[in-house]
Design a protein around this ligand. Structure first.
Ligand code: SF4
Length: 360
């Protein structure tokens, strides 16, 4: 059977009728302030609404304007972001705020094309700000929108392939009404989030059931087509939690790797999950740490953490030092001694923050 012909407005009509009755009441839906909208979009990327909501409120309370965010120290921004993951987003967000202040006099550009020129602002975020704050009829495309369009129109293109974007964007742009672009964009994303969900969509009570190609052809579970991401790499971290009296040694991660700008402990990466005690002592010796074997505690159980392309498995080796670390080690490893209160205030990967909360 041929796929349904595109009609210009059945989708908009159905979604605009569905939205007022079903949408969740979320704070960023009550604002037209491009700064607040941008903040919510950055926070919600790769984050569930329930998890992102308190961060949105915290950021807006700490930095009510783009000027306030731009002027904040990066370390403070990262600390506030702690727990959300993908820390490059926080760093980019901070740089974008500075760009808006320096190059745009503190006012967000008001068109899709201009918004795209901002650092870290891609087509999705630009479309969200342009439509929600400035009523520009440009369609947003996120995972929810891809799914809804693929199912309703029977599109079999791989949504993970960059080439598919054009096809989906053209289709969505064809259906967005010039009179209500913000509501249409909110509606189609919300419809994907709560009605046309990835698993067990609510087809039975769906207002688009009749027009939905996937439903009519029994292909709901098949669409959208998404090729598998590359298998993620497993990394084993051995953390040496060096403590001298009431102070812990931490370092800022400067290398080009995950968690740039965050703080963790002295680290050795290994090819096996656990290392034997003799190996632990050898590593400590190499660090110039003066310990006796009674002061090296058993390693922690594994702390696991999944990133987009990596799976981390960390073990912590607590070590009570008999003397402070030598200056040469501090210099070589970039370590510094912090009191517990100071360590608490540093921006840290959630893995480290969880360990500290559990142990101290
Ligand atoms: S009928 Fe099912 S698959 Fe089709 S749009 Fe509705 S919820 Fe989605």
């Amino acid at each position: 059977m041929p796929k349904p012909a595109l009609q210009s407005s059945f989708l908009a009509t159905a979604l605009l009728a569905w939205y007022p009755r079903h949408h969740r009441d979320l704070p960023w839906r009550h604002t037209r302030d491009p700064y607040a909208i941008w903040l919510s979009e950055v926070i919600l990327q790769q984050t569930r609404v329930a998890q992102g909501l308190p961060y949105y409120e915290r950021f807006l309370a700490a930095y009510p304007t783009v000027q306030a965010l731009a002027a904040a120290p990066e370390q403070e921004v990262l600390r506030l972001w702690q727990g959300l993951g993908y820390y490059s987003r926080a760093r980019n967000m901070h740089l974008t705020a500075q760009q808006v202040v320096q190059e745009y006099d503190g006012r967000f550009p008001s068109t899709y094309a201009e918004l795209l020129k901002l650092r870290g602002v891609g087509p999705y975020t630009a479309a969200a700000i342009a439509s929600f704050a400035f009523d520009e009829p440009v369609a947003v495309l996120d995972g929810n929108v891809y799914r809804v369009l693929a199912r309703i129109f029977g599109l079999h293109s791989d949504i993970a392939a960059p080439a598919s974007r054009k096809e989906f964007q053209a289709l969505a742009d064809q259906h967005i009404p010039a009179t209500a672009p913000a509501d249409f964009n909110q509606a189609i994303m919300e419809f994907g989030a709560i009605q046309c969900t990835p698993v067990k969509p609510d087809c039975l009570f769906c207002p688009l059931q009749q027009q939905c190609w996937a439903f009519q052809h029994g292909q709901v579970a098949v669409l959208p087509i998404k090729s598998k991401a590359k298998a993620s790499r497993v990394r084993y971290f051995q953390y040496f939690v060096l403590r001298y009296q009431e102070q812990l040694y931490l370092r800022e991660r400067r290398e080009k790797d995950i968690w740039q700008g965050l703080y963790d402990f002295a680290l050795t990466e290994t090819t096996i999950p656990e290392i034997p005690p003799a190996e632990v002592l050898r590593h400590l010796e190499a660090l110039g740490a003066v310990v006796d074997t009674r002061q090296v505690a058993e390693p922690s159980a594994a702390f696991r953490h999944v990133l987009s392309h990596q799976k981390l498995e960390a073990r912590f080796h607590p070590v009570a030092l008999a003397q402070p670390l030598p200056a040469s080690t501090l210099q070589d490893l970039g370590l510094r001694a912090y009191t517990l209160a100071e360590a608490d205030a540093l921006p840290k990967p959630i893995l480290i923050a969880n360990y500290l909360t559990r142990m101290y």
